[in-house]
Design a protein around this ligand. Structure first.
Ligand code: GLY
Length: 398
């Protein structure tokens, strides 16, 4: 297999062409959707605004700002920056609603306010992101009988036994960069210690031996031990939800980026090897790698996020090891370009065939309504980040 440099060089013209279509599209969309926090699109290809749907605090609401920040960082087009800043104004009221903030503060705030600070030096943005890091750190459940603990994903419901909500979720690996960053800027490793403790529990309880993942795990508060696993997303308990696998690929690679700990690199490789085995062939990720073969249901968001993690691995690993990860990322991105991408500037979305919720009891006519085969903002975000990574972009929000 050709080495990483050669693969990058040989695919550069293609990546540049794809990026020019992306840039042309978002030159229009960034103006049209400036006053929204977009999620998917309606039947006319127009962004659906989570604010209108009364979901201003939804976990995906940092991706639009994040997308505009990475486009700004690469192109220096001020329109992207204006939209990213506007998305922060729209998000800002959520910071005042403690009960609506959970472990996903990493996704929401670090991709927007955190990116803003790192790109522009805005001190207010830095402070807000630090508050969010403090809030994420405060979700840490310290086991009483063993060293360590974990970051609890959600808030319990009032009137229920809150101790029944000591659940972790593989997705949280993507929220840890907020904590690593907070330690760097405050020169205080308390945040990073919490991130590592959580990453260790995720490695032990979420990542399975074969590289697939448990989506949701309930823990014993005293020992931190795994009590029960839940399907959460995915066909069933023990199946293999592809977006969860992609969170593991990229999430562990990012923990390695920030800590240099070999065990996270090994974890990312294990998850990546599994992911590649499951998609090689047509390179179009199914929504669950252990679901029945029919009907064929895709999740483009899993492919886009995994591609970012695979490129990250390719760039970190020494010659002889990284090649296969870049090769796989290129196969994924090219297959998705052909089957899933919509570059028409008249439509607000970039990727189709994302699956928001699975399983879903529906017929093909009702797929989109049920959250299957739709566009989702984080799919668009990761596809753009992956193409920018191929082009050597220096900034990403993680
Ligand atoms: N973080 C929730 C999901 O990936 O669906």
């Amino acid at each position: 297999m050709k080495n990483v440099e050669t693969q990058l060089r040989e695919n550069r013209a293609w990546a540049e062409e794809v990026f020019s279509k992306i840039d042309r599209k978002y030159n229009a969309v960034t103006l049209r959707s400036r006053d929204k926090l977009p999620y998917g699109v309606d039947e006319n290809g127009i962004h659906i605004d989570t604010i209108e749907r009364n979901r201003r605090s939804w976990w995906t609401n940092g991706f639009w700002g994040g997308l505009n920040w990475i486009l700004y960082a690469y192109t220096k087009n001020e329109e992207y920056k204006t939209t990213a800043k506007r998305s922060e104004e729209l998000l800002r009221p959520v910071a005042d609603e403690y009960g609506r903030l959970d472990h996903d503060v990493g996704f929401v705030w670090h991709m927007t306010f955190g990116a803003d600070y790192r790109l522009t030096g805005d001190k207010t943005a830095k402070n807000i992101d630090l508050y969010m890091a403090a809030l994420l750190a405060s979700r840490f459940v310290l086991a009483s009988k063993v060293p360590g603990g974990f970051i609890r994903a959600w808030n319990g419901k009032r009137g229920t036994d809150w101790n029944n909500y000591d659940r972790t979720i593989i997705d949280c690996m993507m929220n840890l960069p907020l904590l690593y960053w907070a330690s760097d800027v405050t020169d205080d490793d308390r945040f990073a210690r919490i991130a590592r403790a959580h990453a260790d529990v995720s490695l032990r309880d979420h990542l399975r031996e074969d590289g697939s993942v448990n989506h949701i795990v309930d823990h014993d508060r005293e020992t931190g031990a795994l009590k029960e696993t839940f399907a959460g997303q995915g066909y069933s308990v023990g199946s293999s939800w592809s977006r969860g696998c992609s969170w593991a690929v990229y999430g562990f690679a990012l923990s390695y980026r920030h800590t240099g700990e070999e065990r996270y690199l090994e974890a990312a490789k294990r998850a990546a090897d599994y992911f590649i085995d499951c998609v090689k062939g047509d390179w179009l990720p199914r929504v669950d790698f252990r679901a029945p073969e029919e009907p064929v249901l895709y999740d483009s968001t899993a492919g886009a996020c995994a591609a970012c993690g695979l490129i990250e691995l390719a760039k970190i690993l020494p010659e002889g090891e990284g090649e296969k990860y870049l090769d796989a990322a290129l196969h994924l991105l090219r297959a998705m370009e052909e089957k899933f991408c919509d570059f028409d500037p008249a439509n607000d979305h970039l990727l189709d065939y994302g699956t928001e919720r699975y399983p879903a009891e529906i017929s093909p006519e009702g797929y989109k309504k049920a959250g299957v085969h739709m566009s989702i903002i984080y799919g668009d975000y990761f596809y753009v980040e992956a193409i920018l990574k191929l082009l050597g972009a220096e900034f990403d929000p993680w």
